[in-house]
Design a protein around this ligand. Structure first.
Ligand SMILES: CC(C)(COP(=O)(O)OP(=O)(O)OC[C@H]1O[C@@H](n2cnc3c(N)ncnc32)[C@H](O)[C@@H]1OP(=O)(O)O)[C@@H](O)C(=O)NCCC(=O)NCCS
Length: 193
């Protein structure tokens, strides 16, 4: 997944929030998405990525009851403005054991590197922990995800469904117990065999 900065990064619903204004005060507000947020979430993903692939993926996951975990799609924005960040956990399996996959994560280009992404991902992982989820996995930028506690999945005996680099395929125990060993199977919408 690669990012783009050719969008103007305007707030997804035109709230006019100043760039990094909320971050400057440490005040990004994370919360589960609501029905009203669905088009906003799509616009955030369209703006953050080069193609519509990730936005389409989120919509396909939302349509799949076997994948979608209603309380584990999170947005964050300024206290009085539209969301600028989105992150999603969906059902995956490690062999036959349920786990959650973090993807995609997206922040409007004009609001990136201001803490919104970290805020929404941290809140999402905490919500998963409170919901009783035990293991999260992510395929992503190696320098970014270790800040949330992710480490190389192969260190736990968790194998990717395809030969992905060790440093990019990461896992996190949400409850402190050793994660299950096995091969990850993503939701069908990811198209990863
Ligand atoms: C990746 C992304 C979600 C991070 O959110 P963010 O709000 O920009 O990041 P934060 O402000 O929380 O964190 C900033 C830190 O992340 C790092 N960072 C941001 N984007 C990064 C990237 N693509 N690769 C590596 N590190 C990145 C910054 O360098 C900064 O590091 P520092 O804290 O050591 O200075 C966001 O930049 C984004 O939407 N990018 C485009 C889409 C994308 O690539 N999504 C991830 C793949 S699913």
């Amino acid at each position: 997944m690669s990012s783009t900065h050719d969008n103007d990064g305007a707030p997804a619903t035109g709230s006019g929030a100043p760039r990094a204004g909320a971050a400057a005060h440490g005040a990004w507000h994370p919360r589960p998405e609501t029905a009203e947020d669905v088009p906003v979430v799509r616009r955030i993903n369209l703006a953050a990525f080069e193609t519509a692939g990730e936005a389409d993926l989120v919509d396909a996951l939302r349509r799949d009851p076997a994948a979608w975990l209603p309380q584990l799609s999170y947005v964050a924005g300024p206290p009085d403005g539209a969301p600028v960040a989105h992150a999603l956990l969906t059902r995956c399996h490690i062999d036959d054991v349920p786990a959650v996959a973090l993807a995609p994560c997206a922040v409007l280009p004009g609001y990136q590197k201001c803490g919104a992404g970290s805020t929404v991902i941290s809140a999402l992982l905490e919500a998963a922990r409170e919901a009783g989820e035990r293991t999260a996995i992510v395929l992503g930028h190696p320098p970014y995800y270790p800040r949330f506690g992710f480490t190389p999945a192969t260190g736990f005996g968790i194998l990717p469904p395809q030969p992905w680099p060790d440093e990019a395929f990461l896992a996190l125990s949400l409850d402190g117990s050793p994660p299950p060993r096995g091969t990850v199977r993503y939701a069908a919408a990811f198209g990863i065999a």
